[in-house]
Write a protein that binds this ligand. Structure first.
Ligand SMILES: Cc1cc2nc3c(=O)[nH]c(=O)nc-3n(C[C@H](O)[C@H](O)[C@H](O)COP(=O)(O)O)c2cc1C
Length: 187
């Protein structure tokens, strides 16, 4: 009886593990886009604010919808294709990435490994030196780690040799109807 119980528990655990692995695999699959564009906008957004800003920016720049990508679907190869990237990201949890952006930093770090192993250059430095980027970081200054994910993202992207235009632009407590441009502060 006890061995049956152990077997059932093992099967359930195995199924849970398979489901988690499958979910991670699915969310990591890149949107198979050949961008054919020089600009892309990537967002990380838990409740939609950053995503809305990303879409509005795309509209203002007359970019097609396919140029607006969730960070979990953005790959290093996408960034190699474009000249400019705008990241619009919020921070969640205790200074963490939103769910649809939580895999990107690991992805970029994995891309560093071959370069680090070859000891050509430390990390993948200068691999994206053609790229210029901006970051709009949404957060709430009542949290101790204000806009932490935006700043973390900047550190990782900067390691590739890409150039940050201006500073990380922080937006405190974004509210769609009341936030003014003046509330958006480069740091
Ligand atoms: C549960 C929760 C945790 C949050 N954690 C942080 C945080 O650690 N740092 C921060 O600056 N903002 C934090 N925020 C604020 C959000 O980043 C902010 O509300 C943002 O506008 C949400 O944008 P989004 O809808 O694109 O996710 C948090 C908000 C919630 C609801």
């Amino acid at each position: 009886m006890q061995s049956l119980y152990v077997t059932v528990v093992a099967i359930v655990l195995w199924l849970v593990l398979c489901a988690v692995t499958w979910r991670i695999h699915r969310s990591r699959q890149s949107v198979e886009v050949k961008l054919n564009a020089t600009v892309l906008i990537a967002y990380g957004s838990q409740t939609g604010n950053a995503q809305t800003i990303a879409k509005n920016c795309a509209q203002a720049l007359h970019l097609p919808e396919k140029c607006v990508i969730a960070l979990n679907n953005l790959t290093f190869e996408h960034l190699q294709q474009v000249e400019k990237a705008l990241f619009v990201v919020s921070t969640y949890g205790d200074g963490e990435a939103p769910d649809n952006a939580s895999l990107f930093i690991k992805h970029m770090q994995d891309k560093c490994l071959p370069y680090a192993k070859q000891k050509v250059r430390s990390l993948e430095q200068y691999a994206l030196e053609h790229l210029e980027y901006s970051i709009i970081a949404l957060g709430d200054s009542s949290y101790p780690d204000f806009c932490a994910f935006g700043f973390e993202l900047n550190q990782v992207v900067a390691k590739t040799g890409a150039q940050l235009l201006g500073g990380v632009i922080t937006v405190d407590n974004y509210e769609p109807h009341t936030t003014q441009l003046a509330d958006i502060t480069p740091t």
